[in-house]
Design a binder for this molecule. Structure first.
Ligand code: NAD
Ligand code: TYD
Length: 337
């Protein structure tokens, strides 16, 4: 596998993956196709933009002609598809764009991957396709798909298309379903960076509902090493769950942020809940651990310190985001909550 097309490589997880591949797999060329939506940011790639093994192309995965040209010009061997609309709250306001990119965009890539007989198509999916858990149990790869938000429904539709292409035409695919990622370069619409940014500015921390919703937190670098293992070592047609084994309530996570930043719990404000809010996610990563020998390398405590300290040291990166369109987004989501 010499040349991989990474889609969405200017986003949070994609940029961390590009950086990891270029640093640790130096015989690999990464072609990075990203539309640069509000979530795509070339500053996420600052240190690797000049790497001779990295080629950035601005464009849309729904643009079949462009995707074909990028694949042919660069002799791409495999696709890792991160490109997506990725935020649940936005999907409640504007579900259509989630269908365009997450479903139609994935379909566009699948058709071309099949025509070009690519070695592998890895779809980066989410544990949210499984729906919500009660107080007990964990998602395994055989858990029935039961998405609850327009975001997770669009990701589930894409997963079904990927496996249908494998079943019908022998497309060599894998799907990874990970839990909530956290770490460097995450856009501050997601819970952890939003709370860090607000706390840094002594703004209220908007906790949805009772704050006792549970997520399993996965440090982004560990997610990237899991994807690499799947891309290079998995049998085609296999689905892998990837989790951090760090189940926390939202209030517990916020407590860690407040403590590290030396801020007071009085900043917490309980606000109106997210409609249809999934109560709990928990992932059983036993399959990827036993079959591919992957395990997370960073504990939640260490990962949170690294993440919070990175945001503290990245004021310019954060300012460039929060000083623009983000203000309008924040107002529209939180002012009446
Ligand atoms: P992100 O929103 O930070 O980045 C998405 C990237 O995709 C952006 O750079 C954006 O410009 C690009 N993009 C969007 N539409 C595009 C299009 N039509 N064509 C080309 N590029 C386009 O997302 P993320 O958090 O990095 O998530 C990456 C993937 O991982 C997504 O598929 C998401 O569903 C999945 N995922 C994320 C998490 C998480 O915790 N962040 C958890 C599970 C799964
Ligand atoms: P988020 O980061 O949006 O990820 P997801 O919904 O995909 O799991 O949210 C993580 C949790 O934090 C989720 O239970 C919703 C909650 N949350 C808040 O309480 N306040 C907020 O402002 C945000 C963005 C999320």
């Amino acid at each position: 596998m010499r040349t991989i097309l990474v889609t969405g490589g200017a986003g949070f997880i994609g940029s961390n993956f590009v950086r990891m591949v270029l640093a640790e797999h130096t015989d690999c060329v990464v072609v990075n196709l990203d539309k640069l939506t509000y979530a795509g940011n070339l500053e996420n790639l600052g240190d690797v933009m000049d790497d001779p093994n990295h080629r950035f192309v601005k464009g849309d995965i729904c643009d079949a002609g462009l995707v074909e040209k990028v694949i042919d010009d660069n002799k791409v061997d495999a696709i890792v598809n991160f490109a997506a609309e990725s935020h649940v709250d936005r999907s409640l306001v504007e579900p259509g764009i989630f269908i365009d990119t997450n479903v139609t965009g994935t379909l566009t890539l699948l058709k071309i991957a099949l025509e070009r007989k690519l070695e592998r198509f890895v779809q980066i999916s989410t544990d949210e396709v499984y729906g919500s858990l009660g107080v007990e149990g964990m998602f395994i790869e055989e858990t029935p798909i039961s998405p609850n938000s327009p975001y997770s429904a669009s990701k589930a539709a894409a997963d079904h298309l990927v496996s249908a292409f494998g079943h019908t035409w022998d497309l060599r695919y894998n799907i990874t379903r990970c839990s909530n990622n956290y770490g460097e370069y995450q856009f501050p619409e997601k819970m952890i960076p939003l709370m860090i940014n607000n706390a840094l500015n002594d703004k209220e921390l908007p906790v949805y509902g009772d704050g006792l919703y549970v997520r399993d937190w996965l440090y982004v670098y560990d997610h990237c090493t899991a994807i690499w293992k799947v891309l290079t070592e998995a049998q085609p047609g296999e689905i892998y769950n990837v989790g951090g084994n760090n189940e926390k309530t939202n209030l517990e996570v916020i407590g860690v942020i407040l403590e590290r930043l030396g801020k007071d719990k009085s900043l917490i404000r309980h606000v109106a809940d997210r409609p249809g809010h999934d109560r709990r996610y928990a992932i059983d990563s036993g399959k990827i651990m036993s079959r591919l020998g992957w395990s997370p390398s960073v504990t939640f405590e260490t990962g949170m310190v690294k993440t919070i300290d990175w945001y503290l040291a990245s004021g310019k990166w954060l300012d460039n985001i929060v000083s623009g369109e983000y203000q309008k987004y924040y107002e529209s989501m939180y002012s009446d909550r």
